[in-house]
Design a protein around this ligand. Structure first.
Ligand code: SAH
Length: 251
């Protein structure tokens, strides 16, 4: 049996936001690797071997999946959202670059997934309808100074900004520091969205502005969207407001 490794993303929550290609890879797998809470969301068949692991051992998990593929197994490595956005695909290629030469002949495929910012944007309307960027506020893998610099310059460039990994128990202060940067750089009427657990039963969406936003309400399941100067809110008598960024920009 000739082995392979397919790296998939299962979307932000509901099964219908998983791609048919990801489902096909899971159905064909002998071995499934991934963080426990993602693997739990899959409908697996008897006989498939599950290798669950905690969140912090990405390179080990990537290496284990590569070893399995190399030994002839059909391995699937599971991320939430899209596997290339602050997730496992980059860890696999980092492991390959550092690892034994034989790993370079493994059949590795990355299947795209629906990333959290696109799911949140779709719920809201079209807040990312013009130029935007994504920044992770996690300083596990990069210094805080880099985060702050990118945030400051993204504000200066007037991108709409999607903030991933905004807070965790280990670093509750990050989101407050990020909001200090935003408040120095942007006017109080800048649109802010806290999009929590999008697509899941406990989904919660708050559309507010920079002056009123309370970053203390943000947790690890939240994606924060910061509007550009052109981002607009359309309020409605009933239901959540729409948020969009026009496609045209004044000269
Ligand atoms: N690979 C994932 C991102 C992993 S980083 C993706 O493409 O979506 C984890 C961060 O993603 C979380 O801290 C949160 O900011 C965001 N996130 C993931 N799923 C989410 C969801 N259902 N709703 C809101 N934010 C989500």
């Amino acid at each position: 049996m000739s082995g392979w490794l397919t790296i998939i993303g299962i979307g932000p929550g509901p099964a219908r936001w998983m791609t048919p290609a990801a489902l096909e890879a899971i159905a064909a797998a002998t071995d499934i690797f991934g963080y426990t809470s993602y693997v739990e969301r899959l409908a697996l068949k008897p006989g498939q071997t599950v290798h669950e692991s905690g969140n912090r051992v990405e390179l080990d998990r990537a290496g284990a999946a590569l070893d399995a593929a190399r030994s002839g197994r059909h391995a699937v490595l599971v991320s939430g959202g899209d596997p290339g956005v602050f997730a496992m695909a980059a860890a696999v290629f980092e492991a390959i670059e550092r690892g034994p030469k034989e790993w370079r002949s493994i059949d590795v495929v990355v299947e795209p997934g629906v990333t959290a910012m696109l799911a949140a944007a779709a719920r809201l309307g079209a807040p990312l309808g013009h130029d935007f960027c994504a920044i992770s506020l996690s300083d596990n893998l990069k210094p805080w100074s880099a985060i702050e610099k990118r945030l400051r310059l993204a504000c200066e460039a007037d991108f709409a900004i999607a903030l991933y990994n905004p807070a965790s128990l280990a670093r509750p202060e990050g989101i407050h520091r990020a909001f200090e940067v935003l408040r120095q750089a942007k006017p109080g009427n800048t649109v802010i969205v806290f999009a929590r657990a999008i697509g899941r039963d406990d989904e919660r969406m708050l559309v507010t502005d920079l002056a009123a936003a309370d970053p203390a309400t943000v947790d690890m399941q939240t994606l924060v969207i910061v509007g550009s100067s052109a981002t607009r809110v359309i309020s409605r008598d009933a239901g959540q407001p729409w948020v969009y960024t026009p496609r045209s920009m004044e000269a």
